[in-house]
Design a protein. Structure first.
Length: 514
């Protein structure tokens, strides 16, 4: 009983926030420094870099986010799996340069999970509270017009995701047991080394790894379980219940569930996410669609409000500041395009062609932002939940979305609670994998270091559910923002490598595209 007593003490919040607030305020201030747009509104400089980078990659790859959308779907469906299974003597394309580590049997396709499993693992880390609360916050700042900017940003982000995930597969490492290690840590080191920037690549990879570990403990773990408990406590637990306000109990349960899954590594995580992700997304979309059907007569007016409001000053501010700053920041950048985290999950895919997984990855921002976030926005608009007179916080955003669903069917908040729990759980197990990959890059790949990281991760789960985390949230947000800096440098310098891989893959499937 000692542990519950300690973590339920009232001074827990003060101690945690004092440590994180005092020791890291300079870091948070530097990363989240804003470029002023008006006297009262500004955009963090890192967000500007993300937008410009996404726009650049969209142009450089000639709108691959649009041109290759159908091909990406076909890759996920397995239409080109036969190309993946050709041995090296059966295709001249397969003899071209590859930096994959060669294993004992070179006829085997390197990797641990399928295209679909890699996609669901990465989507599980991105589809979450940002899609529910972040959208409500965006609309509270900029009104209905923020939705259009959100869609545009999601479409542009598809190009960034393609670039980083192609690189993740190209420069991954596969050990003698077939276990994959990949992500920005490896393509920054190897890729920049090939271009003569070995020292720069090493520094950037270490910086990324440190930030990724911090992001996994904070935004990918503590924040997720904290917000999930608050909604669970509000909707499910009565005020008179002994469990009311006892976040540590919720945290212990979540820590056990997370621990059971993450001990098994990426294969276990993927086997869980490929079932949870479709289910949780379908639950949420089904509830939203029912509300939209019930209010179908208001949908045309909602689209008009989105279009007309998008070009008003408050709509623009809401789109960029609300969605990118609030939605992306509080929801781990929503689709995380340009941050580099998703490339870690996609690196584990079974493939000979890095660009094949890059194409699969560009579907993520579409699912996360264009589909899920837009549907959330429509429900908020047609149910009259948009009020630009009062700016709301993240917890209020979740409750606002719950209220919107309740206006359709009274028990829908319970359905939303289930969806949020699944969103949080799936995000946590995926981010544990991201964090461990960065951890292993810095401290080695032994079982001891692996279990040490996973134990610490589960401890942070309990703490996250029991505390309010104001300063911790700011710090973890800054960590995730900071991951973008070394990653974007690598993406710009290595984009010609990605183009070569795209050409190679397109040639290999040229006779199969219909």
């Amino acid at each position: 009983m000692l542990f519950p007593c300690i973590i339920s003490e009232q001074n827990l919040d003060e101690n945690i926030n004092r440590v994180f607030g005092d020791a890291t305020s300079w870091f948070v201030d530097a990363i989240l420094a804003e470029i002023p747009i008006t006297e009262t509104v500004g955009i963090p400089w890192v967000v500007v870099v993300l937008i410009l980078g996404a726009g650049y990659f969209t142009l450089y790859f000639k709108f691959i986010n649009v041109r290759s959308f159908y091909t990406a779907i076909q890759v996920v469906r397995g239409k080109y799996d036969a190309v993946e299974n050709l041995d090296q003597e059966g295709s001249n394309d397969l003899s071209s340069e590859s930096t994959l580590v060669k294993e004992k049997n070179t006829d085997d396709v390197n990797g641990e999970v399928s295209h679909f499993q890699a996609l669901t693992t990465a989507v599980s880390a991105t589809v979450g509270l940002g899609n529910i609360a972040g959208v409500a916050i965006a609309l509270s700042i900029g009104g209905a017009g923020a939705t259009l900017w959100m869609i545009i940003i999601g479409v542009l982000g598809m190009s960034s995701k393609f670039v980083e995930c192609t690189l993740g597969v190209k420069y991954r490492e596969v050990d003698s047991d077939g276990k994959v290690f990949g992500g920005p840590m490896y393509y920054l080191t190897k890729g920049l080394g090939e271009k003569g920037y070995a020292k720069l690549g090493k520094v950037l990879s270490v910086l990324f790894a440190i930030m990724c570990i911090g992001g996994s403990f904070g935004g990918g773990n503590m924040f997720q379980v904290n917000q999930a408990f608050k909604l669970f406590d509000h909707v499910i637990i009565s005020d008179n219940s002994m469990l009311h306000g006892q976040g540590w109990v919720f945290g212990v349960i979540m820590a056990i569930l997370v621990g059971v899954v993450i001990i098994g590594g990426i294969k276990k995580i993927a086997s869980v996410t490929d079932k949870i992700v479709p289910f949780m997304v379908l639950i949420y979309i089904a509830a939203v669609l029912i509300v939209l059907v019930l209010y179908s007569s208001a949908i045309p007016a909602a689209f008009r409000a989105i279009w007309e409001g998008a070009f008003h000053p408050e709509g623009v501010m809401g789109g960029f500041v609300g969605v990118l700053v609030q939605g992306f920041r509080r929801g781990a950048f929503s689709n995380e395009a340009g941050v580099g985290s998703a490339s870690i999950a996609h690196s584990a895919v079974k493939t000979r062609f890095p660009a094949s997984e890059g194409l699969v990855a560009l579907l993520e921002p579409f699912i996360d932002t264009v589909v899920v976030c837009t549907m959330t926005a429509l429900v908020l608009i047609i149910t009259g939940q948009v009020d630009t007179s009062t700016e709301i916080d993240f917890e209020q955003g979740v409750l606002l979305t719950a209220s919107a669903l309740e206006s359709g069917v009274s028990w829908f908040p319970y359905l939303l609670t289930i969806a949020v729990l699944l969103f949080a759980f799936s995000s946590m197990i995926s981010w544990s994998y991201y964090g461990y990959q960065a951890w292993s890059y810095l401290f080695g790949r032994s079982k001891r270091t692996e279990y040490l990281y996973k134990f610490i991760f589960c401890c942070f789960t309990v703490i996250g559910a029991a505390a309010t985390l104001n300063a911790v949230t700011d710090f973890s947000d800054a960590m995730i923002f900071a991951m973008m800096v070394p990653n974007m440098i690598g993406l710009f310098l290595l984009s010609p490598k990605v183009k070569d891989e795209l050409i190679r893959y397109k040639k290999s499937i040229a006779g199969r595209i219909k």
